[in-house]
Ligand binder design. Structure first.
Ligand SMILES: [Fe+2]
Ligand SMILES: [Fe+2]
Length: 298
């Protein structure tokens, strides 16, 4: 397996690549203590076609070797329920394939986000129980379309950008402000969205949150807490750091939607220059983070 050491970053200037930690007053180097190992998979786009389910299951076996504490799933879990011609039967078959594929994760928690291809918008009516984001949230087993949870001294906030203008709705923004206010000092925040909040590649592929300015300002207000933003959607691997927040858009498990690719693919199954893969994050007690993208050839 090829591995890209995508980025190792510290929240303090003294953090050293590959060896997170801080320099003590006497000049000795204190190694930061690991808090959590987390897998970030995104854009699985699973569907019952050819050997795609088997290939995804083999990918999950690779992911499991990293002995992570839990999995963050960035959305677009199923191939596409959002297109006009998708029937109830076809949408349900995609979700059934998702259920079957993630069974081998048994015992490893998976916390998901809703992608733009997950909701079924063309239900016969908005009253249909399978219509829209709420049903997608139910299928991936999350308590609400946006939610949070805490592990050790890390707070995880999962957003839903499937609203007009690819934004948080007003209620969700107020909730997020309150969530960040309530994080105690000395704790760290990782946010996961489907659409990147700040992205290098959004200029030519995918896109980004329409409310990125408001989010950027909010994160700056909480700059002692907000460390990482994870996303997918663009199927491209990119990273940037702004105001000491690290933004990782971690490619796509499905690469070119599990297909061979096109004339722009740098290799088989690639989307443009990004190979199919997933990321493993190491989160440290001091807020340092490592994000490594593992390409797969499955
Ligand atoms: Fe996608
Ligand atoms: Fe997407």
């Amino acid at each position: 397996m090829k591995r890209r050491d995508f980025l190792i970053s510290g929240t303090l200037a003294t953090a050293v690549s590959g060896s997170p930690g801080i320099a003590a007053a006497d000049g000795t180097f204190l190694k930061a203590r690991p808090a959590l190992t987390v897998a970030h998979i995104t854009d699985v786009h699973i569907r019952p076609k050819d050997d795609i389910p088997e290939r995804f299951k083999r990918c999950l076996e690779e992911v499991k070797k990293h002995k992570m504490d839990f999995v963050l799933n960035g959305g677009d879990s199923i191939h596409a329920a959002d297109y006009q011609d998708v029937t109830r039967e076809s949408m349900l078959k995609q979700w059934a394939t998702w259920d079957e594929c993630i069974k081998p994760l048994s015992g490893i928690p998976i916390y998901s986000c809703i992608g733009n291809h997950d909701p079924w918008w063309h239900a016969p009516s908005k009253e249909d129980e399978m219509y829209g984001v709420n049903y997608a949230a139910k299928r991936v087993g999350i308590p609400h379309r946006y939610y949070s949870f805490v592990k050790k001294n890390w707070h995880f906030i999962i957003l839903d950008g499937n609203n007009a203008g690819v934004k948080l709705d007003d209620k969700q923004m107020a909730w997020l402000e309150n969530e960040l206010d309530s994080v105690p000092s000395g704790h760290h925040v990782l946010l996961m969205s489907h659409f990147p909040i700040l992205s290098v590649t959004a200029a030519w592929a995918g896109g980004q949150h329409g409310d990125h300015v408001a989010l950027r300002k909010l994160f700056y207000k909480h700059k002692d807490k907000v460390r990482v933003c994870l996303s997918g959607h663009n199927h491209l691997l990119d990273s940037n750091v702004f105001n000491n927040v690290h933004y990782f858009c971690n490619g796509a498990m499905s690469g070119y939607w599990w297909e061979k690719g096109d004339e722009h693919s740098a290799g088989p199954y690639y989307y443009q220059e990004t190979a199919p893969g997933y990321a493993i994050l190491k989160l440290y007690e001091d807020g340092t983070v490592e994000n490594r993208y593992y390409e797969h050839n499955i």
